[in-house]
Write a protein of this length. Structure first.
Length: 103
């Protein structure tokens, strides 16, 4: 299971270059999917430990550039629903949007 999520993280990272300029919440997954899938893979590798996923996301937030945050803020918040990866995307989204501009 962790390997599958890691593969999705890689695919999401590759696909992020193809972000549509449409200001729809569904596009947020293209921006944040790689980090969320990587966090989920880390959780699963640690026996489905959600604290590991939270730590992974926290480190990813720290590495986010101002450009990523600026692009993200041009889109509506991540949509509700979905499974654990969607939940991680919403957490990731909220944490990045809370960063001050220029961070």
């Amino acid at each position: 299971m962790a390997a599958r999520e890691a593969a999705w993280a890689a695919m999401s990272a590759a696909g992020s270059a193809y972000l549509h300029p449409l200001a729809r919440s569904t596009q947020v997954k293209h921006i944040l999917g790689a980090g969320a899938y990587a966090a989920r893979a880390a959780e699963l590798a640690a026996g489905d430990d959600r604290a590991v996923g939270a730590e992974s996301l926290g480190l990813t937030v720290l590495r986010a550039t101002p450009v990523v945050v600026d692009v993200l803020k041009r889109f509506p918040a991540a949509p509700g629903g979905g499974g654990r990866v969607s939940e991680l995307i919403r957490v990731f989204d909220a944490e990045l949007r809370a960063l001050p501009l220029g961070t």
